[in-house]
Design a protein around this ligand. Structure first.
Ligand code: FE
Ligand code: FE
Ligand code: ZN
Length: 277
């Protein structure tokens, strides 16, 4: 099944996101669990959530890919910042249980000069503190562009975190096409090579979702500026290859392109057209 959607605003609740997804031809979506800049989460509205669950069942939705707020940095140097991350993450793990069986995507963090090794240690420690063996949510570590001191700029850095996990079955990877290209992987000319590298270092069984974004910058730029599908350095053909690749074609694909809803609807229609069942 082709599972595609985009990032949606959570401001009008869960059922509203489901309806919005349907209206643009999507059968999954991403959303921030709270204001992306941080702050308090809204109270859990169980009726609203069960309305979404019903809508998803009725319309054959794939798994959702929630997104942690950007202000969460599990490997900050400042202890207060790390405590904030711990509070948000453990609260979000509990809230995600109202929508069981979905994904929670997380930027591993920025080590802010402490070095990647220290960053990996702090991230691993925090994930092990907040992930329980009972939870029905799989946390996804996003592959990063390597902007500033981002951890997760290479498959090796992601693998190092995964190797430290006490409950490895609760942790997977979300690959962002813009980020891996910015990170220096050749997703444009050698998707097969990139995927065999991923398989060699991490294991393709760990890859659970894709963020599909074009990039405003050439490969290796470490900038992380998303472009619309086909309007950046990756080009439309790269996305045709991604969505139809046997190792990827059944994953949820999430657009985080600079669009309003009508733009997303167009990209979804374009990609549906290019997808071979
Ligand atoms: Fe992200
Ligand atoms: Fe992303
Ligand atoms: Zn990005």
């Amino acid at each position: 099944m082709f599972t595609i959607g985009c990032h949606l605003s959570a401001s009008k609740g869960f059922k509203n996101m489901g309806e919005t997804a349907l209206s643009i031809g999507a059968n999954t979506f991403a959303f921030f669990t709270r204001n992306p800049r941080g702050g308090a989460a809204k109270a859990v509205d169980e009726a609203d959530i069960s309305a979404l669950i019903q809508l998803m069942e009725k319309n054959n939705f794939g798994k959702l890919v929630a997104h942690a707020p950007y202000t969460v940095n599990p490997c900050a140097e400042n202890e207060k910042t790390r405590e904030f991350a711990r509070m948000v993450l453990s609260e979000d793990m509990k809230r995600m249980e109202y929508l069981p069986g979905n994904y929670y995507n997380l930027h591993p963090g920025s080590h802010v000069g402490q070095g990647a090794e220290k960053g990996i240690e702090l991230i691993s420690e925090m994930l092990n503190d907040i992930i329980t063996p009972e939870q029905n949510t799989v946390v996804l570590l996003e592959t990063m562009a390597g902007k500033g001191s981002e951890v997760g700029r290479s498959f090796e850095e992601i693998k190092a975190i995964l190797d430290n996990m006490k409950h490895p079955q609760k942790v997977g990877v979300c690959m962002d096409s813009c980020h891996v290209s910015d990170g220096g992987y050749d997703i444009i000319h050698d998707l097969d090579g990139l995927l065999s590298e991923f398989d060699r270092v991490i294991g393709l069984d760990k890859l659970k979702a894709m963020h599909i974004n074009d990039s405003m910058n050439p490969p290796g730029a470490h900038k992380d500026r998303h472009a619309k599908i086909g309007e950046g350095h990756l080009g439309f053909q790269t996305f045709v290859s991604i969505i139809n690749h046997p190792a990827l074609k059944n994953l949820p694909f999430i657009l985080e392109t600079p669009n309003e809803l009508d733009g997303y609807a167009k990209e979804i229609a374009m990609l549906r057209e290019a997808y071979h069942e």
